[in-house]
Design a protein around this ligand. Structure first.
Ligand code: HAM
Length: 420
């Protein structure tokens, strides 16, 4: 057999028919839920000025190591989007829509990570962003939206981790306490964390290295240092979540991998997945991001969920199976193939999905193809039918396989009756 010259780039993959329909169904289900909660659909470019994504944080892996950036023919420095929050906020700042601006999105993201199961260089997210309100009710609304989505897929092994990262009224004092603590134990930290400490002490909390873990376990936590206003805000979020009956664990060391977060932050973990890649979604507030991108001071909050990981979790839990057959009808034409071409147009115009065989295959071969297609009905046109202006309908599934010959003029009605 000839060898393929090319494969999909490392860390990327083709989503083939069957899997792609399932992926699309998940995205559509998410879009429908977001729409019902008052979110409009937004689509931004796949690439942006590099500066947009630098706002994610100079000390994050996403910015320092994983960006797909390039200088284009116009001499400008761009990056393929590693996430959509900064892009959506850039769009908000550019268009200045009235607030609250509630939007949902979906699409591929790009991060130059070390690929492994559940971690890819091109991966897919669905998500929402809401700009223009700091009402704790919207924090809870957003968390609840993600939670309900997982539930609607049938996922039951999902945990919600919740934290508050404080705000400019209380974070500086906390950072001082944290830095003091890490400085005292500086020599015990990993080399990587010693470096991170100089750039952003909060990020040290995100280290997964075992030598850092013991030190992190005893580090002061933000929730103990919240200002009264921020504590009250966090309390408000929790109260609404409690009333909505959404269970959560307070996770004081949850800092997330991006730097723009303030106050409410959260992550969803699936226990059906391997530990390292078990985050199936996350988000939080980014109240300074709009101003940071040159816009008016506008609070914001949102989340993104990893579509690929959610589908892996669905596989592991045995829920949200692949979509069933693609077509309703398979056309079998033993007169050469032109009748099938004409009938396919007639059926498509009336919304009946059909497929057919090509190359004037034998009747037997066409029936084999019909069975493989998963269609419920076969429509057969032979020489007799063609001469009489008729077609024969035969069920391909179920007990009753009796066939009936009908006038082509009534074919759509007859098929619709049997498919409903
Ligand atoms: P994030 O935590 O970087 O947040 O990504 C969100 C989700 O995308 C993760 O929980 C994970 O499911 C999925 N994900 C991330 N990287 C990969 C990868 N390499 N391969 C497969 N899946 C991946 C954000 O992106 C923020 N923009 C979320 C947000 C929205 N915050 C506020 N608004």
């Amino acid at each position: 057999m000839a060898q393929a010259s090319f494969r999909a780039p490392k860390g990327t993959f083709d989503i083939l028919p069957g899997a792609a329909e399932r992926h699309r169904a998940l995205v559509n289900a998410f879009g429908e839920q977001a729409r019902r909660a008052g979110y409009g659909h937004v689509m931004t470019p796949i690439f942006e000025d590099l500066g947009v994504f630098k706002r994610i944080g100079e000390s994050t892996d996403v910015v320092t190591k994983e960006m797909y950036d390039f200088v284009a023919k116009d001499g400008k420095h761009y990056a393929l989007r590693p996430e959509l929050t900064a892009a959506v906020v850039r769009s908000f700042v550019q268009h200045r829509p009235s607030t609250p601006w509630k939007v949902w999105y979906e699409g591929p993201q790009f991060r130059y990570e070390r690929p492994q199961a559940g971690r890819y260089r091109q991966f897919f997210q669905v998500g929402v962003e809401a700009l223009g309100t700091e009402d704790p009710a919207i924090d809870a609304e957003i968390v609840a939206l993600a939670w309900r989505f997982y539930q609607s897929l049938g996922l039951s092994q999902v945990t919600l981790l919740l934290n508050s990262l404080g705000d400019p009224t209380c974070r500086p004092a906390y950072l001082e306490a944290l830095t003091d603590y890490f400085r005292r134990r500086h020599d015990e930290l990993s080399e990587q964390s010693q470096h991170t400490l100089q750039v952003n002490p909060l990020r040290v909390l995100d280290s997964k290295r075992p030598e850092d873990q013991v030190i992190i376990d005893d580090a002061p936590v933000m929730v103990d240092h919240l200002s009264p206003e921020t504590a009250e805000h966090f309390g408000g979020v929790r109260r609404v979540l409690d009333r909505l009956g959404i269970p959560y664990d307070i996770s004081p060391r949850l800092v997330r991998g991006l730097d723009y977060y303030t106050r409410t932050t959260f992550e969803f973990a699936s226990h059906a997945l391997e530990g390292a890649q078990n985050a199936i979604g996350g988000g939080g507030r980014y109240d300074a991001l709009a101003a940071d991108l040159g816009g008016p001071d506008t609070p914001g909050i949102g989340f993104a969920l990893g579509v690929d990981r959610i589908l892996l979790a669905c596989d592991a839990e045995g829920v949200f199976p692949a979509a069933p057959a693609l077509v309703d009808v398979f056309l079998i034409d033993t007169t050469g193939g032109e009748e099938a071409a004409v009938l396919q147009g007639v059926l498509a115009a009336d919304g009946i999905a059909s497929d057919r065989a090509y190359d004037a295959r034998s009747m037997k071969a066409q029936f084999r193809a019909a069975d493989r297609s998963g269609a419920r009905l076969a429509v057969i046109v032979g020489e007799d039918e063609r001469a009489a202006g008729t077609a024969t309908i035969r069920p391909l599934t179920g007990e009753n396989r009796d066939q009936v010959t009908v006038a082509v003029a009534t074919l759509v009605d007859e098929l619709t009756k049997r498919l409903s």
